[in-house]
Ligand binder design. Structure first.
Ligand code: AN7
Length: 369
């Protein structure tokens, strides 16, 4: 079967009738990769698996929501979409608008967006509006402008976004053979994704479908077990830890540099209903985890994404996450989007030598273990 994206694959679980034509780049169907080295090093006897959303068409989980939001916008006859973004939403909006032949307006914070993401908005032909403010300012402006301008908002306050994003939970259940994990760990910024996953897990749990998708029936997932949802924020942008809006969010993980999450209530509900929690990770912890994952497992995610594994490993160490359990961490975006952050960390294994055999041999022998 040729895979044609998540709207077609999960149409019966999405608010799209058979007549609605999907705007798709074949997003979704991302790998759930079991970590082999990190759990052993951490003395963890359970399983840690990463849902690598960085392998979506534009390199982040935003494609899941964007295929749904743009499909609906085009179905309704919209000629333009608009979003505020820390970079990934704008990249996805730009690509799906290009696909649909409509215009994307993207409001991005001045200077605080990874270069790869800015390039994506540009290359896909979006109208880029750089505002002298942060994401929260952009979000406020988008809501105001959309009251009068003929543009469809494709931020996650658009309910179709979370509908698309919930499909990641379905895929995880299928990949685990009809079961949810014990814990699901995510980075939290605007808080849409954690809300969407919780919705997906609950729907898969409650709904008895006879549809068989790629070998596993979601019907098998009827044992009532739902994961505990753990949301991790960057310490400088952690409104869920502070109990309210953070005025000047600051973090190296620019994707989650957000102080006023739009899905505040949904995310709290996910945390409370699932028996999960919120916690925070410092910038050095986030960057160290990004490196650890890349160096020991071969998986390169962007800094914001590393917050999920960072928090999970800390909670495994403390015993908050029980030994022997199955833990899924969503890696929301691809490391290639933000190479600067790695280069800034130093080129510790870059050796400069003369272009001579003996010099290269010496350099190699000195490094062989
Ligand atoms: C890599 O692109 O908000 O908690 O404007 O890009 O659902 O907001 C990005 C968010 C995590 C947080 N990881 O997800 C945007 C934007 C990455 C992200 C998040 C984002 P939410």
């Amino acid at each position: 079967m040729h895979y044609t994206g998540l709207v077609n694959r999960y149409r019966s679980r999405l608010p799209f009738g058979p007549e609605v034509k999907a705007v798709t780049l074949n997003e979704g169907n991302t790998p759930l990769i079991e970590l082999v080295n990190i759990p052993r090093q951490a003395g963890f006897e359970g399983r840690i698996l990463v849902k690598f959303e960085g392998l979506n068409p534009t390199g982040s989980f935003k494609d899941r929501g964007m295929t749904a939001a743009v499909t609906q916008a085009v179905h309704e006859g919209s000629k333009a979409i608009i979003c505020a973004s820390t970079g990934n939403t704008s990249a996805a909006a730009a690509a799906y608008a290009a696909r649909a032949g409509i215009t994307a307006f993207v409001l991005i914070p001045d200077g605080k967006i990874a270069l790869g993401k800015l390039a994506q908005a540009v290359v896909h032909g979006a109208v880029v509006v750089q505002i002298q403010g942060n994401f929260d300012d952009g979000m406020r402006l988008v809501k105001e402008v959309a009251q009068t301008a003929p543009v469809a908002i494709v931020n996650s306050i658009n309910p179709y976004r979370l509908q698309g994003q919930k499909t990641a939970a379905f895929e995880i259940i299928e990949a685990l053979g009809g079961q949810a994990p014990d814990y699901h760990c995510l980075p939290v910024g605007n808080a849409g994704n954690i809300s969407a996953y919780w919705m997906g897990y609950k729907e898969a749990n409650g709904q008895k479908s006879t549809a068989t998708m790629f070998g596993y029936s979601l019907e098998a997932f009827a044992d009532g077990k739902l994961p505990k949802m753990a949301g991790y924020q960057a310490a400088g942008a952690a409104p869920f830890l502070r109990g309210g809006r953070v005025a000047n969010p600051e973090t190296v993980a620019t994707a989650i540099r957000i102080g006023d999450p739009q899905s505040w209530d949904h995310a709290w509900a996910a945390q409370k209903e699932s028996g999960g929690w919120f916690d925070e990770c410092t910038d050095p912890e986030i960057l160290a985890t990004q490196r650890l994952l890349a160096e020991t497992e071969g998986v390169w995610c962007e800094p914001a994404s590393a917050a999920s594994l960072c928090g999970a490993l800390r909670d495994i160490k403390s015993g908050k996450i029980a030994q022997g359990s199955t833990v899924v961490c969503t890696l929301t975006g691809n490391g290639l989007k933000d190479p600067d952050i790695v280069i800034q960390g130093g080129l510790k294994d870059l050796i400069q030598v003369a272009a001579e055999r003996s010099a290269v041999e010496r350099a190699i022998l000195a490094k062989l273990r």
